[in-house]
Design a protein around this ligand. Sequence first.
Ligand code: HEM
Length: 176
Amino acid sequence: MPERCDPYVYYHRVRPFIFGSKDNPDLKNGVIYEGQYDNKSQFFRGETGAQSSIMPTLDGALGVEHSEDSLRHYLNEMREYMPVDHRKFIEEVESKSTVKDIIKDSITLTDAYNQCLEEIRAFRELHLHYARTYIHNQSKQKNPFGAGGSTIRGTGGTPFMKYLKKHRDETEQQKH
Ligand code: HEM
């Protein structure tokens, strides 16, 4: 991200094109895709890394759990934007992972497990930094594009920062 896309350019010139039409105060009537959906207005969330199956799969496989919060509901909704097979795979992995039992009696495996969690924690740390520099800080500046976009309340503001931090901390706490 930082090598090829400046935060100002991302927020002001790229992000407006990936805004969602659901819960977006600037697109109250949704979007009509001419010739599609019987020309009826559609309401979709904007593009976000939360629609990637990578992190939920890793959390699921390693048994990393996140306590209920308002990001949770949104993240579950994001699964509807994944390919159906990805969604099913995540559910399968979440319900069947036995990793925690397997590592229990082995120091070597517990160390390896903790290293995996450290990688996920480090991802969430860097990701938090991106969310801060690319969205949160930029949202404080005046811009001509309104407030929409891929935020949990569609306000382009702060709420997601708290939950991204919480996910990072919960990853750390679940090391053995
Ligand atoms: C500049 C780059 C990025 C920014 C500014 C950013 C911002 C955000 C924001 C604001 C959220 C909160 C939910 C939402 O509004 O959708 C989020 C969630 C998330 N993003 Fe990103 N993101 C970036 C890149 C990525 C990348 C490359 C990935 C890789 C898969 C990713 C994965 C996730 C995941 C998995 C979540 C859910 C939270 C979690 O599991 O801890 N993001 N991101």
